[in-house]
Design a protein around this ligand. Structure first.
Ligand SMILES: [Zn+2]
Length: 351
């Protein structure tokens, strides 16, 4: 059976440029696109053209005054925070980034593609309602989740954020909302400072923010074990109608900003576990969106391994992989047990 996998790409995403030595560079997407072009995929990838996000869609996550602040940077170079700035085309790129993730969601919900990967810039998960930060302008994934809830009437969305950094903006967008389960693994303590074990959501959203803060040095088996022993059981109990993934490649073993050790195959394995969860709970509907990742060549290879895996052409044997992970479980077990002890009042499956 042909697997229809969509990708969102557009030249404007390479025109957002924060300067010559900035790690969040247009070169990231050039490398990914080169790698895609030079790979023979089992099936052709399906292009999903992006569209600009509307102001009313941005307003579900951002204040109107902040949206005006960003729109006023059109055509200009403006510094927004110590490591985030705009170039003349950044505003247009940011609108198409948020709109691109929404288009990917629509195509997945319409069944035009089974899964999709939005290869967009600027990234989004640090963007707060009223503030740009951490290389992010608009919070693409949060805007897409709100779109799925408000326009497409979905009731349960799972966001998985495996970026090296905690997705503070995404967490805050849904902190008291039980319709969106936010699950994040991240290096901690580290930028942006949020994502501790005490942050579990509030009000109706209590128990629907799951943070797994990690020390440096974790790799393929640790991440897969965290997914297998926390994310998958909770995901099965939550029964999402759609899974969105903040796919950050700064946990890649060669990343200059990160201290993690995930290989190309490790990323494919994480995507595989999420895809299997989606097949069991929501007809396979998953949208991946690009967040960070600063080892340009490593990131490009990992993206391609994920796309191949989604097509059913994965670079590993799942049974063999499970055996390796079981053997390595004790290295990460104390972390898993601590997280379980905090969340088992909310998720019986962790008891
Ligand atoms: Zn990051």
């Amino acid at each position: 059976m042909v697997k229809k996998i969509g990708i969102v790409r557009h030249p404007i995403y390479r025109e957002h440029d924060m300067g010559l030595y900035h790690p969040e560079s247009p070169e990231r997407l050039q490398a990914i696109e080169r790698e895609i072009e030079s790979t023979s995929f089992r099936y052709p990838l399906i292009d999903i053209p992006p569209r600009p996000a509307l102001t009313k869609e941005l307003q579900r996550v951002h204040s109107l005054s902040y949206i005006h602040q960003i729109s006023s940077t059109a055509g200009k170079n403006v510094r927004l925070d110590p490591d985030t700035s705009t170039s003349p085309k950044s505003y247009d790129a940011a609108l198409l980034a948020a709109g691109g993730v929404m288009e990917a969601v629509d195509k997945v919900l319409e069944g035009k593609v089974e899964q999709a990967f939005a290869l967009v810039r600027p990234p989004g998960h640090h963007a707060e309602d009223d503030r740009a930060m951490g290389f992010c302008l608009f919070n693409n994934i949060a805007i897409a989740a709100k779109h799925a809830i408000e326009d497409k009437k979905l009731k349960r969305i799972l966001i998985v954020d495996w970026d090296l950094h905690h997705g503070n903006g995404t967490q805050h967008s849904f902190y008291s909302d039980s319709r969106v389960l936010y699950f994040s693994t991240h290096q901690y303590p580290y930028y942006p400072g949020t994502g501790s074990l005490q942050e579990i959501g509030e009000g109706k959203g209590e128990g629907y923010t799951i943070n797994v803060p990690l020390s440096t040095g974790n790799g393929d088996e640790e991440y897969a074990n965290i997914f297998r022993h926390i994310l998958i059981p909770v995901g099965k109990a939550f029964r999402p109608e759609l899974i969105l993934v903040s796919a950050g490649f700064d946990i890649h073993k060669g990343d200059p900003l990160g201290g993690m050790n995930v290989s190309d195959i490790g990323f494919a394995r994480l995507a595989y576990l999420i895809m299997k969860l989606a097949e069991e709970t929501c007809k396979g509907r998953v949208v991946f969106t690009l967040e960070g990742g600063y080892n340009v060549e490593g990131e490009a290879k990992a993206v391609v391994e994920i796309l191949r895996t989604l097509q059913g052409d994965m670079p590993f044997d799942p049974t063999e992989r499970e055996r390796m992970e079981d053997k390595a479980l004790k290295r990460i077990q104390p972390t898993i047990e601590r997280v379980k002890s905090i969340y088992k009042p909310y998720w019986k499956t962790l008891g």
